[in-house]
Write a protein that binds this ligand. Sequence first.
Ligand SMILES: [Zn+2]
Length: 359
Amino acid sequence: MAPELSMSALFDRFRRSAARLLPAALLAVAMPMFDAPPAAAAELAKDLFGRTALPAALPAKSYGFYSKGCFSGGIAIANDGPHWQAMRPSRNRRWGHPTMVALIEKLSREAVADGWPGLLLGDISQPRGGPMLTGHASHQIGLDADIWFTPMPNRRLTVTEREKIGAVSMIRKKGLTVDESVWTPARARLLKRAASYPEVERILVHPGIKKKLCDTVTGDRSWLQKVRPFWGHDSHFHVRIGCQPGSPDCKRQAATNPGDGCDKSLAWWFTEEPWRPNKDPDAPKARDLMTMDALPKACRAVLDAPSPVSEAAVTLGGSGSAIAAAPVQPETAGLPLSASAFLPAQGSPVPLPQWRPDN
Ligand SMILES: [Zn+2]
């Protein structure tokens, strides 16, 4: 579609069709007053958000927290760009806040300029975010993205390959340290490039990768502060950006502690404690309990909002120009960067993770 088709034109279309549907919509609201099952509010959020095909055609706003929320105004990154290929297309998780998607496109270009062959993209979010039927506890508000450590091959992968090919672990089969036969300084450069963007607040990697960076990065080490150890993340890294201007109901995460993080907080990962087997592996996961009531109220409206005219209308392609079609929020457009400033650090000198991943 033409990238210059403006969002306000799209909204006009939605408004017109909404007006036509209004009487029916009122009926639909009025009718079930007596026979709606009281369990409606208890419907699992993952079942509703996991079924959405397209984003909510509203201004870009994140609601709630990375692991408990949703977002509107999402755009997709194309399955193929000049410097990226999206993996696992069947999951339909190429959606993010426009700032997130634009940042991935920029990283793909700058990584290639740095000598990296291009990005293989893992999951961002579902079209309207929210909890997922499978995988990820976070990735719910359009501000998280997984990027593989496996470089993009110099040919286009087939759909089947994108579903089937596995990412290569950077960690030795037995142990917690980097596999020297696969780790390369180019991967450290890629992480440094991702960390260089002010929007990026955290990059999650396996503790062994963090340790490798701690042991080898020379010169400017300030960017290591953003690179945090976490479970999983041995074959991909996880880029998390902060709450964006225009999203007052986006809950910010605690700031990372000052310093390069090559300290006690890293040493903890090389003790036995983080790797103890789960005592209750069959206990329900957060996503299996999260009802609509558990999410911010706005997530119901996000779920019920109209879709854009087509997926193509809200997909960022290789030129990066389609980003102009993303919703803008005039009321916040001129806000200074400090509008998304970090929260003050919380007390603990050793920031330990507060939850484990669900899978
Ligand atoms: Zn991740």
